[in-house]
Design a protein. Structure first.
Length: 628
């Protein structure tokens, strides 16, 4: 069988057919006895000949045409399937149409499969760079680094609140992590361990004081273990400041999260159990009896491992949410610290006050109920990750109203479960509804009713309580959705308009999958004072750093950063993410900066600012600086 290095040699050329229309020709000579697959009668056949262009704005006209040597062939490799093949001297021609300015050259590749009696080489590629008659050398339409923007020398020195907001964000994530840890305590994997572990320390120790100190050390180790889990992300963050944002908005990763969270949800519903390798957990458990401090550490590690089936989904939510919240590893550490503290606290407190153990509720069916409700929450979160992928790729699968409708269905199912109308495997029928179960059911019912206006095209569809989770209001099934204002999405276009109307340019670095960006848009931007300033006094441009749409070939460049690192700019998101880091030394979203029409920085940029008055004051400060 031939090796990949012995694939065919190609020549490429172009011929102008009419204005904007060209015929691209690819010629090769296939060795005797071999052939090129052109198409197959069924989808499970060999890969057909493909032409891929770097410039996605150029349109292919019709199907490729082959000059000669084409015949049908019953391929024994595919059980006699009928395929179209080309033999001998082959010329394949494809017409294209350039609707805009014709570039001087066109780059792309062809993908083909070579076959024969003793040959089958799929996925072969030939890259080309073809000159187009009458084409123009194009300069990238958008600059990356703007020399006149000096982050250290704004016109007026206001906007320092960004650091405080970042600190507030860290505390917010710590509290969310702490709440997640408290929820994890109420799961069947963790709750029964509290009295068992505390009793173990207090009874095994030589004296009460020693038992208490061991339990406190045990809690400290639990806290440290969850912090240690976040350390690798700091290493990634140091290598490339944009990598965590790229991870959180990666389409494939978000789809994987969607599938994993579905898997977690059905585990919580009782259809199967999730656990780490039993041999690994047993090995850690065996080491828990070694030494003093080391034994206590391995006991803490064993708890983390054996409780994974319950804590894993909650930790997964925390991991994904922290990575996408602000683009930095410190946010993840803050959330994990809160989670670890919540898990560690009961072991320390009950060791100090062992008589409190008598007041703990007994394990029972209520733990299963908690676990199933968590399963419904995991199911709702799963669709958030699918929505992230959908927004970044603009598939249109989960428009805002569809997303809200799915959450309504999940809410109804949760209420029916709590009311005893739905049962899952290994659950006994509900004989009597307790007050707690009724209260939680009514809370879910109230929330579900609150969601219903979200599927309508009315002002009530804003759903400010969950802003940031559903897709933006403009990503709608309705042709003209209410609450939808479309800003500029290209810096150069917005700058030209700012010149024309002589207004400062408000740059909004945002992301399709950015929760805090949606919260700003749906809670802060709608404030009357903020809205009046933004619409009347500024030109707003929203630059999406996670947009995976390919740039035209003429704008795909290799950019050298201030640090001398060469970076490939291929997508819209690549352009704006690099634009943000190069000019504003920041890689988190949302991030707001104001520049004059001649591109001078007006004041210090700010990040997530949930206080509408603070954001309005920041806008007013910039406005006062440029109009005086």
């Amino acid at each position: 069988m031939l090796g990949a290095q012995e694939s065919l040699s190609w020549q490429s050329s172009s011929k102008k057919v009419s204005k904007g229309v060209y015929a691209l020709s690819f010629t090769t000579s296939v060795p005797p006895g071999n052939f090129i697959y052109l198409s197959a009668s069924r989808s499970e056949g060999p890969e057909a000949f493909q032409l891929l262009l770097n410039d996605t704005s150029i349109q292919l006209l019709g199907a490729p045409q082959v000059s000669k040597g084409v015949r049908s062939y019953s391929d024994p490799l595919f059980e006699g399937m009928s395929v179209q093949i080309a033999e001998g001297s082959v010329t394949i021609t494809q017409q294209i149409q350039c609707k805009g300015v014709v570039p001087a050259s066109l780059r792309g590749k062809i993908i083909y499969t070579e076959g024969g009696k003793d040959v089958f080489l799929p996925g072969l590629e030939y890259g080309f760079d073809i000159r187009l008659e009458g084409g123009k050398e194009l300069v990238p339409a958008t600059r990356i680094r703007i020399p006149s923007i000096d982050i250290n020398q704004p016109i007026v020195k206001c906007g320092d609140a960004a650091t405080a907001e970042s600190d507030n964000s860290l505390w917010g994530l710590f509290v969310l992590g702490f709440l997640g840890g408290l929820i994890a305590l109420l799961t069947p994997c963790v709750f029964p361990m509290i009295p068992l572990t505390v009793s173990f320390f207090t009874k095994k120790a030589e004296d009460k004081r020693k038992g208490v100190s061991n339990a406190l050390v045990y809690g400290l180790f639990i806290f440290l273990i969850y912090i240690l889990l976040s350390l690798p992300f700091h290493f990634l963050d140091t290598i490339n400041p944009e990598i965590l944002n790229n991870i959180s908005t990666n389409v494939v990763l978000n789809i994987i999260f969607f599938v994993v969270f579905l898997f977690f949800a059905f585990s919580f519903f009782g259809y199967y159990e999730i656990s780490l390798l039993a041999s690994f957990a047993n090995r850690m458990d065996a080491k828990s009896g070694v030494g003093n401090l080391s034994g206590i550490f391995f006991m803490a590690l064993t708890l983390a491992l054996v409780s994974f089936s319950c804590t894993g989904p909650i930790l997964g939510s925390l991991l994904a949410g922290s990575l996408s919240s602000d683009g930095g590893a410190i946010q993840l550490t803050s959330g994990m610290a809160g989670f670890g503290l919540a898990l560690a606290l009961p072991f320390a407190l009950f060791a100090l006050f062992p008589h409190w153990l008598n007041r703990l509720p007994k394990s029972g069916g209520w733990l299963t109920t908690v676990k199933v409700v968590l399963g419904f929450l995991e199911l709702a979160l799963a669709f958030k990750f699918l929505s992230n992928a959908d927004l970044v790729k603009h598939w249109g699968l989960l428009k805002r109203e569809v997303f809200v409708g799915i959450w309504i269905v999940i809410g109804i199912a949760t209420v029916l479960y709590l009311w005893g109308r739905i049962r899952f495997p290994k659950e006994a029928p509900v004989q009597k509804l307790g007050k707690g179960r009724k209260f939680i059911a009514l809370a879910f019912l109230a929330f579900t009713v609150y969601l219903i206006p979200g599927v309508t095209n009315t002002p009530l569809a804003k759903l400010q309580l969950i802003s940031g989770f559903p897709p933006p209001t403009c990503y709608s099934v309705y042709a003209n959705p209410v609450n939808c204002e479309q800003p500029f999405k290209d810096y150069e276009t917005a700058l030209a308009y700012a010149h024309k109307v002589n207004k400062p340019l408000l740059i909004d670095f945002t992301g399709w999958a950015c929760v805090n960006c949606r919260r700003m848009e749906e809670n802060v931007w709608v404030n009357p004072r903020v809205k009046q300033l933004m619409t009347e006094k500024f030109v707003l441009v929203s630059l999406y750093v996670d947009d995976r749409a390919l740039l035209p070939a003429s704008e795909q460049i290799i950019f050298t950063t201030k640090e001398g690192v060469q970076k490939e700019i291929r997508t819209v998101g690549d352009r704006w993410a690099t634009f943000e880091t190069e000019n504003f030394r920041n890689n988190s979203q949302p991030w707001y900066a104001i520049v004059t029409p001649d591109e001078r920085l007006v004041n210090y940029p700010v990040g997530y600012t949930p206080d509408a008055n603070a954001f309005a004051n920041w806008l007013q400060c910039a406005l006062d600086a440029v109009v005086r």
